[in-house]
Design a protein. Sequence first.
Length: 225
Amino acid sequence: MTDPKLDLTIDRPAESVPEMVVRRIRDAIAAGLLPPGRQLTERELVELTGVSRTSVREAMRHLQTLGLVEPSPSRGVRVARLGSDEVREIYEVRDALEPAAAELFVLRATDEEVAALVEKVQPRETGDQRLQAIYEFDELLLAGARNSLLKSMLEPLHTRIHALRSLSVTIPGRHEASAREYLELAEAIAARSPERAAEAAHRHVRAAAKAALEAVEILEKKHPK
């Protein structure tokens, strides 16, 4: 018989080491600390993260599947440089799916989930806090929509969109406009209006697509592939 006082349970971390590396690099890309085209060697990543080469390699494979890094013409990998055609396709798919997620959230989310979502659009003091709030907004939206297929399609898309955000906010006025758009979407959701929520999501995605395309086209002119 097992001694009830003998507890050898090992608490497992919520993330594996490679998953933590993926998250750190993803956040650095989204914050603009690792710009498109930035070379990422295995040696540098081991030094920056303090983890093993095996964990770095596994993280790089996952980041490639997410479309955040790509093979470098020289050595190792580099932060992916999305072209205007790729960006246009990403936002076309987002425009088809995200309004559906907003509508389903209105219909299926609890009052507590709605309140949590609305809290995420409140003003934040720093850029890092704003970025984290957007991550959490997207996660809450998909969780509350309660459609696993829709979630599996939008989650990887959101990862690539977060990476583009550091470029799109360089367009004058985009940061302020984006904040207003998220607020309008949250207000429509709080009013429990699926039609208003879907339309607010459409407006936000289309405005974001326009800014992202403009930013990528500027980058392409400066640094042709």
